[in-house]
Design a protein. Sequence first.
Length: 157
Amino acid sequence: MKRNSYLVFTLMAVLALPGCSNDDNEGDPINIGDLILESIIGNWVATKAEFTTTNANPVQSVDVVADGGFCDLTVGPDGRFTLVVRNTSPDPQITTGQFLADGNDINVKFDNDPDNLVLWDFTLSQNSLGIVGPMLYDFENDGTSEEVSANLDFIPS
């Protein structure tokens, strides 16, 4: 009799287990883009801000931080960002826009070109953020920006 009671109890426990699962997010994939956006909200200071022309001859390249300048990134909860780059010029170059999660990717919508989405690559670790992607940068500080590939490394500020 004890054995039958044990079997009945075990069978009831096994049948009740599926009722304990959390169905709230069933079928909803976890999007890496959303996780990255949540993790980068705040202020960041660059340890490297390298800009390399993509279609200029000759090719120009500069690491603003290595040359004594700075680069700061501020990201809001809605994905809006401000990127401030100051090289040798007293006037910083300011780029604004919004990071938009798209599944496992993050697209960038620049305020100066809102009809185009640009894919940037993000690398996020515990204490650093790496970003690589196309944007505009003014090498000569003459008001004319060139298309560049930006390679940016940040730490929290």
